[in-house]
Design a protein. Sequence first.
Length: 397
Amino acid sequence: MSRYRLQPTPAQEAVLLEHCGHARFVWNLAVEQHAHWAPGRRSGPGFAEQCRQLTEARAANRWLAAGSVTVQQQALKDFAQAMANFFAGTHRRPTWRKAGRHEGFRIIAVKAGDVRRVSRQVGEVRIPKVGWVRFRWSRAVPAGVKSYRVTRDRAGRWHVAFAAVPESIPGPGTGEAVGIDRGVTVSAALSTGELLHAPGLRETEQTRLRRLERRLARARRGSRRRGKIKAAIARLKAREADRRKDWVEKTSTDLARRFDVIAVEDLKIANMTRSARGTIEVPGRNVRQKAGLNRGILAAGWGGLVQRLEHKAPDRVRKIDPCYTSQTCNACKHVARESRESQALFRCVACGWLDHADVNAAKNMGDTAAGHAVAARGRSGLPGRMNREPQPVLVPA
């Protein structure tokens, strides 16, 4: 998806918000219909039946009829696809959408004349019931666009994302492999010895965020003051997310250009960041500590980095089993839990090899990926560069 900053007028923004409300309303009705299903009952209505019911609802509801039928039918189509993904086991079950949090809709069957360039930095897109809406032409719009999605984030910013198949980045052709170990303290440690950190809020911004969260806890629910505080918090959160996305894009592009094989851990991030709260009958333990760990994992951009690498370097990303990669010495291959003395220090108890713990794990994954690549080419042994003695990274004791 190629995303651009949308710049609607106040009148256009009011219609866009109505479109978002219609799409959310139709989606939540579909969720409610399927929530009543139980073994032994008839299955929930499919897309065709829901479209027929939507026609009846539009005839009986003036508010719904005033909106775009394209927006509303596409919300049902998105729900049908979400249910198909759920039954395929690739996604979780679709849930309710909330006002202010899930604001957006999708338009399909886009024609060639529905997107145009007005000036050097301004473009326009035609939206049903709204007309031409301007957006920032920060880069060229992909050719052959067939659909786009309009969204509004919690900070009140509008975006339009055009659906397009991302272009892959060709590798250097040198056969070099790199391992990437993802962590919380170090967002991404490379087998080359580089330590990459995903940017977040500055210290002054973190102080302001904590102050705003304390004010939010004291504000009365439903008051205008509470709404202003939530908007200020949303702007800070959006700034943090933008910096993380920018880091992911630049880092993934750099890695795709420098290496032919990229090895990452095969991590189940959704399971790793699941809440430890438990239930009333079986309450969880160390809930606050686990919540802090979850925030750290999500702030490090683990999933986004691998996703963009798979987009930019298809068929060149290798997912490696993470078992024992952090306990294996890259020099002598001895496995021992005691070798990892701390979060940052790895000292092999067998040969005395000293290295940064995350870099050592990244080197193990890089060697594994290089071995797989060589085996796939039908050759024996590793390339000359991989046969050389690994160079240690000195870490203060």
